[in-house]
Write a new protein. Structure first.
Length: 93
């Protein structure tokens, strides 16, 4: 389910003209790094994709999303809030 949310999100972001980076865990990627980083005109958005609202979080994911949200915009996105988050992104455009 997480992959489905992520694929749908990336397709939406690219359709809006964002430069989209899909991160991969491993050497060189900070612990807690969001799954998707989208760079737009004058701002960026970060997304931690989850399969559901109750999905397990990995170490430092919540803290990283909170920190990045202070800097610009960052959300956890899952099927239950997908439409709400997309609505917020559309308002930023």
């Amino acid at each position: 389910m997480e992959k489905k949310v992520q694929t749908k999100l990336i397709k939406f972001l690219r359709s809006k003209g964002f430069y989209v980076i899909k991160t991969h865990p491993g050497m060189g990627t900070p612990t807690g790094c969001p799954d998707v980083i989208a760079l737009g005109e004058g701002f960026y958005c970060c997304f931690e994709c989850k399969g559901s609202k109750v999905s397990k979080w990995q170490p430092l994911q919540r803290e990283t999303i909170e920190k990045l949200n202070v800097m610009s915009f960052a959300w956890a996105i899952y099927p239950e809030n997908y439409d709400d988050v997309i609505c917020l992104v559309n308002k930023l455009l």
